[in-house]
Write a protein that binds this ligand. Structure first.
Ligand SMILES: C[S@@+](CC[C@H](N)C(=O)[O-])C[C@H]1O[C@@H](n2cnc3c(N)ncnc32)[C@H](O)[C@@H]1O
Length: 209
């Protein structure tokens, strides 16, 4: 994947975690950065989801997509780090699953129309303009009854323009969905060596009308 013009622009920014190279380096380390167990919020809402086609955005090393596949979903793992996707494929293979992956930058990403029964975004924290453009398309890419599941880092008191906004801000960007869970809270993360400790997060479970 060649850097897009906009990705080149992002290279001049000060937050290097906007760039695939940052994530490739993290995922090139031994082991799994966020562990191999699925995110516990995703696990907790899975009984409320209709099994079907699942788009796993910012999927990283595949812990959530492989969990969904083991529950009967047909996940596709999207990430702009090829190192992550290679590890996701390896994790899936260990579990006897073939996991379709797609290396893609969420900037300009087209999730399609009425294509998915589930979209997940677990600790993907895209830049503001990428997030807003993507979230404006989530309702349209879901089939009726389809679900959007999100957990993301938040900062208390962050503005709507922040990369780490609260659940209310995210809900406002996700027009066309019915929200069953939309909450902020401090919690203990135990997800590999990079998610280990107290963290304020937003959690969202929403359905397409
Ligand atoms: C904190 S990690 C979370 C990984 C995974 N969802 C998990 O919880 O184990 C964030 C992921 O988002 C991906 N990412 C960040 N910005 C992206 C973008 N613009 N397009 C595609 N992937 C992106 C990174 O490569 C990384 O895998």
């Amino acid at each position: 994947m060649k850097p897009s013009t906009s990705m080149s622009e992002r290279m001049t920014g000060k937050d290097s975690n906007h760039l695939p190279a940052y994530w490739d380096a993290r995922y090139a380390e031994d082991g799994f950065a966020y562990g191999t167990e699925p995110n516990d919020f995703l696990v907790s809402v899975t009984p409320q989801l209709s099994v079907g086609d699942a788009l796993c955005l910012c999927e990283g090393e595949g812990r959530n997509a492989t969990f969904l596949a083991q529950r009967g979903f047909r996940p596709v793992a999207i990430d702009f780090s090829q190192v992550a996707l290679d590890k996701a494929s390896a994790l899936a293979a260990q579990r006897g699953i073939t996991l379709p992956t797609q290396r893609a930058d969420l900037e300009g990403f087209d999730p399609g129309l009425a294509k998915w029964d589930l979209v997940t975004m677990i600790f993907g924290q895209p830049e503001l303009k990428i997030r807003r453009a993507l979230y404006a398309r989530i309702a349209a890419c879901l089939r009726p009854g389809g679900a959007f599941v999100l957990e993301t880092k938040t900062q208390e008191g962050a503005s709507a323009d922040s990369r780490y906004p609260d659940a209310a801000t995210l809900c406002a960007e996700l027009q066309g969905l019915d929200f069953v869970i939309a909450r902020d809270g401090e919690r203990l993360l135990k997800e590999g060596r990079y998610h280990d400790g107290a963290q304020r997060t937003a959690q969202i479970l929403a359905f397409k009308r």
